[in-house]
Design a protein around this ligand. Structure first.
Ligand code: SAH
Length: 512
């Protein structure tokens, strides 16, 4: 096996680096060198426009012409980025003869140093190398790291750099200092920085810690209320991913998909706290008690909820409880079912011609049905997104029709939105419960009511095409009556209801 490369970070500030070549690749290299404070000297017959600008503003020097060894006189390093293989090779050979490290772009065998793929957060830099043999792999790993590391690491690196001497003075012993750092970084500081503590506040916070908490206070536990989105793991935010990677304990609803849970740190304990339609495996009080118990043990608790934690998710109650018990918390929003189901069913929730407002409604139990202002929900030119409505469709139709809603108001029921088994069922309010029963719609399903629902037939792109009732004659009387009163169809691609047949032909769909 060949020996691995020796990793190093070079201080190139105010040092001359020769770049042979004046094209786009050379320009990228020069830009990186300028970023590191180096003095680039570009050797080439011609320069790109940007290199010209840098030359005119005095940021680079130019050696006009073709390469000769004299160009190496001042150089600490040399990069060859010409499209002439002979020139590139002679640069490498001349540099090697003078013991100057050289890099020929994209030619590993002509490199005595390599440029790694880099993830940068301020002063903190992570360099990734495959030894020159598999640069695509290094880039792939870089992309993964980009999603895991948030921007506050840069602020943290700057803070620790500013306070370096003070920390050394407070803990001259290396062992104690190490312990201090371990506790500091596992404690609330990273979270405080994410919440935009400014530089002077952060300095004051750290100085206070150094002055008052000898040697180091026990790490405080915290709870992060995280929205897991509707199911597709691609809809988890970068902040949610980070929280899942830092978690000690994850308390999750049943609605959270297995694919999302799989993104979490392997050794985090996962506790299902139930809460899917009709099945409450744990009371709200028990969930509160669990959060408190783990946070008080100093753990990082993630309370993971389907969709968004503040949309029909009792997130507010949980935070009030935590506040009352002095537990620190953060909230990471998620993509709520209405937004996700609409997108994955091809239904724009608002549309200049059909709906100017959107209402998120729950039709969960008798109580919520009785307190709803049906008159306002029955108004035209709006879209209703009804959560937890599957069990109440009969009463929902009754209330809406009584309040004056049009019987031919289009609906779309989106079952398992964004998941591989997604189904979309379309029809009209007059026959909503019958159509849903016919297709045996199960929770989780979201009901979208409004003119926009009709667009699903034309705009669907994910999973199967929308289903309508497959045996229309059963309800033909109602439909004939409704169809006779129906306005002209503004969406010509749709065949008139109810002739749309049940079809499960996948569209050119993106599955995950
Ligand atoms: N906080 C969640 C909603 C919780 S209430 C959110 O913001 O999405 C649970 C209801 O959400 C379900 O009864 C269903 O109506 C809807 N829902 C959640 N995920 C869904 C999905 N993947 N597909 C369809 N409906 C979903």
């Amino acid at each position: 096996m060949t020996a691995p490369l020796f990793p190093l970070f070079a201080d190139l500030r105010d040092r001359t680096v020769l770049v042979v070549g004046g094209g786009a690749v050379a320009e990228r290299k020069v830009e990186a060198l300028l970023h590191a404070g180096a003095l680039p000297m570009v050797g080439s017959p011609e320069l790109t426009e940007t290199l010209q600008d840098w030359l005119e503003s005095g940021r680079i020097r130019w050696l006009a012409g073709t390469f000769h060894t004299g160009w190496l006189d001042e150089a600490w390093l040399v990069i060859a980025a010409t499209d002439d293989a002979t020139v590139n090779r002679s640069v490498y050979e001349a540099a090697t003869a003078r013991r100057i490290l050289a890099n020929v772009v994209d030619q590993a065998e002509l490199c005595s140093f390599h440029s790694p793929a880099v993830v940068q957060r301020g002063l903190l830099q992570i360099a990734i190398s495959s030894g020159g043999g598999a640069p695509m792999l290094a880039r792939h790993v870089r992309r993964q790291l980009e999603t895991l590391l948030d921007d506050s690491l840069g602020t943290l690196a700057a803070l620790l750099t500013r306070q370096r001497e003070a920390i050394r003075a407070r803990f001259p012993d290396l062992g104690l200092r190490r312990r201090f750092f371990e506790k500091l970084l596992a404690g609330p500081l990273p979270r405080l920085l994410r919440q935009q503590l400014d530089a002077s506040q952060a300095d004051a916070w750290l100085q206070d810690l150094l002055a008052n908490h000898a040697p180091v206070a026990a790490p405080a536990g915290s709870v992060v209320l995280v929205g897991a989105g509707p199911g597709d793991p691609g809809l988890v935010t970068l902040n949610a991913l980070r929280a899942l990677n830092e978690a000690d304990v994850i308390l999750h609803d049943r609605l959270v998909s297995a694919e999302v849970l799989r993104l979490a740190r392997r050794d985090a304990s996962r506790i299902e706290v139930g809460k899917s339609a009709g099945r409450h495996s744990m009371s709200q009080d028990q969930i509160h008690a669990l959060m408190l118990e783990h946070a008080r043990q100093g753990k990082r608790v993630v309370r993971l909820k389907g969709g968004d934690p503040f949309v029909f998710g009792r997130g507010g109650e949980e935070l009030e409880f935590l506040r009352a018990h002095g537990i620190a918390f953060e909230v990471i929003p998620g993509i709520t079912a209405a937004v996700a189901c609409a997108a994955y069913a091809g239904i724009p929730l608002t549309h200049r011609e059909h709906a100017q407002s959107l209402r998120l409604v729950t039709a969960h139990c008798q109580d919520s049905l009785d307190t709803i202002d049906w008159q306002s929900l029955a108004q035209p030119r709006q879209t209703l997104a009804v959560y937890m409505g599957v069990a109440s469709l009969d009463r929902l139709r009754e209330h809406l029709l009584l309040a004056g809603a049009a019987p031919d108001l289009p609906f779309a029921l989106v079952e398992n939105g964004s998941r591989p088994q997604q189904r979309v069922i379309t029809g009209m309010l007059a026959t909503l419960p019958e159509v849903a029963r016919h297709h045996q719609v199960q929770s989780p399903a979201l009901l979208i009511l409004g003119e926009v629902a009709r667009l699903a037939d034309a705009l669907h792109w994910f999973g199967s095409a929308p289903l309508a009732r497959s045996r229309p004659h059963n309800i033909s009387t109602t439909c004939a009556h409704l169809n006779s009163r129906r306005p002209p169809d503004p969406f010509p691609r749709r065949t008139a209801w109810p002739s749309t047949t049940a079809s499960s032909t996948p569209s050119a769909a993106r599955q995950w």
